[in-house]
Design a protein around this ligand. Structure first.
Ligand SMILES: Cc1ncc(COP(=O)(O)O)c(C=O)c1O
Ligand SMILES: N[C@@H](CCCC[NH3+])C(=O)O
Length: 441
């Protein structure tokens, strides 16, 4: 089992993260519990930033907050000098509530509402990543009526089939996102952007997908975009100041995954961009990237309490935990795979193979199939690794299961950064048919 970041097994044979015994964390905060290794997030952020610095390239590393958006996380991104990618009014509101510098916020989304655009214009965010003609017109109109000028990038789909799960592919031609780069849409959008007095067209954006292990897709995207940039330079006298190549850098969930270091993605991308800029005698654009998963994914661990066991004779042992697809939708949605250990028996050798079931009323609510574990009993603590990205952010209240709290750990200290939802929270927005809502004692 490969442990990530500051995770280790302590003298008591317990899993420790950020200098905190996870068994003690569970005693204090209960289960399920999301635990984040803050030092590892800082390390990830710095490795992206330092690689750009070492290459002498002007860049913005924007944390894609869809991976995990909370006030504390946004503040941590700010502490590390990152920019921020938001994709909804809610993520934008979280960033503003956290005091994140508005001029470093980039606003994404394929169907931004008038209210969302208005909020972002009013807050004077750094850049709108415009996705379609509807948004282009709406944003132009809103800015004109408010006498504002905003920075924009145009999101293009370069027609790339990256190697990842179909649901998390985004750069292919048949995608709901962006202007087609090769079918004339991007050319038309560039002209509209250039003709607007209220839209300051900085450049283009593309994002080819998520959990990608190779650089090829990024390099092909850069090549295709540069061919267009050359054409736009010649035909429209437009030179992009910014090229945003999105996020999508893969991480190691299990031993089947073999990611390359952040520095390698960045170095290869920059090499390629430099090559094309030189070839077409264009100035090197500022490079923006938007890592989400690779910033927080392996920094997150979910701690569960083991409960019931069911044996299907000669077939399998189901071991149920006190969470499931309500706090981690990824196995049900993408057949995503995870590794796990018993946090309170971290030095004990595996003795049996069990399948970890969640507690939701769905047969598909299985967190891990066929996991080797020491002989486990009720009340043992299961630690599932690499749940930091798209775990909490896709958590839900299916079966009215309250969402778990989030604890940040660093240098032997723990800080509660999101409280556990309560049963009262489950009915907080409900309006009664009759007068009364009873409260349980
Ligand atoms: C536009 C955009 N940028 C950035 C990201 C972050 O991707 P990842 O978490 O894979 O780095 C996504 C998600 O796939 C995205 O859609
Ligand atoms: N939520 C997805 C990835 C989509 C990323 C956003 N475009 C995941 O968990 O892998």
């Amino acid at each position: 089992m490969q442990l990530h970041g500051t995770a280790k097994v302590n003298d008591r044979g317990h899993l420790e993260i950020g200098g905190m015994d996870t068994v003690a964390l569970v005693e204090q905060y209960g289960t399920p519990l999301y635990v984040y290794d803050v030092a590892l997030i800082r390390e990830r952020a710095q490795s992206f930033k330092k690689t750009f610095e070492a290459l002498g390239v002007k860049a913005q590393v924007a944390y894609a907050s869809k991976a995990f958006s909370t006030v504390a996380m946004v503040q941590l991104a700010d502490e590390e000098g990152l920019s921020l990618d938001v994709v909804s009014g809610g993520e934008l509101y979280t960033a503003i509530a956290a005091g994140f510098p508005a001029d470093k916020i980039h606003f994404h989304g394929n169907n931004k509402s008038l209210e969302e655009l208005d909020m972002a214009i009013e807050k004077e965010i750094g850049c709108f990543v415009v996705d379609n003609f509807y948004e282009l017109e709406l944003l132009d109109e809103l800015c004109r009526s408010r006498e504002k000028v905003v920075n924009i990038l145009l999101r293009v789909t370069p027609g790339i089939e990256a190697h990842t799960h179909d649901y998390i592919l985004t750069g292919q031609d048949d995608s709901k996102f962006g202007f087609g780069l090769l079918n004339g849409q991007a050319d038309e959008a560039i002209s509209i952007g250039l003709n607007s007095k209220n839209l300051n067209l900085l450049g283009v954006h593309c994002h080819i997908g998520s959990q990608i292990f190779e650089t090829t897709g990024f390099l092909v995207a850069a090549k295709k975009i540069f061919e267009k940039l050359k054409q736009w330079k010649d035909e429209k006298s437009f030179e992009a100041k910014v090229l945003n190549l999105g996020g999508g850098f893969g991480i190691r969930y299990t031993k089947e995954d073999d990611p390359i270091p952040a520095s390698q993605y960045v170095e290869e991308i920059i090499d390629e961009v430099r090559k094309h800029a030189d070839r077409y005698q264009m100035s090197m654009p500022e490079i923006w990237i938007e890592p989400g998963r690779s910033m927080v994914g392996d920094a997150g661990t979910t701690l569960y309490r083991v409960g019931s066991r069911k044996e299907v004779p000669s077939v399998r042992q189901y071991l149920a935990v006190d969470g499931g697809m309500s706090d981690n939708l990824r196995p049900a949605l993408y057949q995503a795979k995870y590794e796990a250990i018993l946090a309170n028996k971290a030095l004990v050798e595996p003795e049996e193979t069990v399948s970890i079931a969640g507690k939701c009323c769905e047969s598909g609510d299985m967190l891990i199939w066929d996991l080797p574990l020491p002989k486990s009993e009720s009340a043992d603590i299961l630690a599932v690794f690499c749940t930091g990205a798209y775990g909490y952010s896709m958590a839900n209240n299916y079966n009215r299961i309250p969402r778990p709290p989030v604890v940040f750990v660093e240098n032997g200290k723990a800080r509660l950064v999101v409280k556990r939802e309560s049963y009262e929270d489950m009915v907080r927005l409900d309006l009664p048919l009759k007068e009364i809502i009873n409260k349980l004692p």
